[in-house]
Design a protein. Structure first.
Length: 137
C-alpha cells in the first residue's frame, strides 16, 4: 500500500509541475538564441570560459543537433547568466495520470474488465474517475 501511495503522490506532484504549454525550442538551439538575444558575441562568451570562439560555435551547433552534454550546456548557460532547466512531459498532451494508468497493470485489468462489461451492456462508464481515484491514494 505504501508503494501505491508514494506513486500517487509522485504522479500528483508531476502533474502540478507540468506546464500547460508544450515544450518549445528555438530552431537553432537555446545557446545561440539567448546569446544573440543578449547581444553577446561568441568572443565575449569564449572569454568568460577561457575557450575559443570556434569552441562556442561548436557547442551551439551540437546543441542544435541534440548532441551536447548536459554538463557542457550548464557551463555555457552559466556563462550566459542562465541556468538549465530540464523537464520531462508526457507526449501527445497527456497528463502524468493518463501516462501512469497506461503503464499500470492494475489499470490494464480494470480496462479489460470495463470493456467486457460494456460488451454485455453492464459497463459502469466511470473508468476515468476510477483511474483518477487509483492515483489519488
Amino acid at each position: 500500500m505504501k508503494k501505491l501511495q508514494y506513486r500517487a503522490i509522485t504522479i500528483r506532484s508531476l502533474n502540478e509541475a507540468m506546464s500547460s504549454l508544450r515544450p518549445i525550442s528555438p530552431a537553432k538551439g537555446w545557446l545561440l538564441a539567448v546569446r544573440e538575444g543578449l547581444g553577446l558575441s561568441r568572443a565575449a562568451i569564449a572569454k568568460r570560459l577561457s575557450i575559443s570562439p570556434s569552441a562556442i560555435q561548436s557547442f551551439e551547433q551540437s546543441e542544435g543537433r541534440g548532441t551536447i552534454s548536459i554538463q557542457s550546456l550548464r557551463k555555457l548557460a552559466d556563462a550566459l547568466d542562465c541556468e538549465v532547466v530540464i523537464k520531462l512531459v508526457p507526449k501527445n498532451g497527456q497528463s502524468f495520470i493518463d501516462l501512469a494508468a497506461q503503464h499500470d497493470p492494475e489499470m490494464a485489468n480494470l480496462r479489460a474488465t470495463e470493456h467486457s462489461m460494456n460488451l454485455e451492456a453492464q459497463g459502469s462508464a466511470d473508468l476515468e474517475q476510477r483511474k483518477r481515484d487509483h492515483f489519488k491514494s
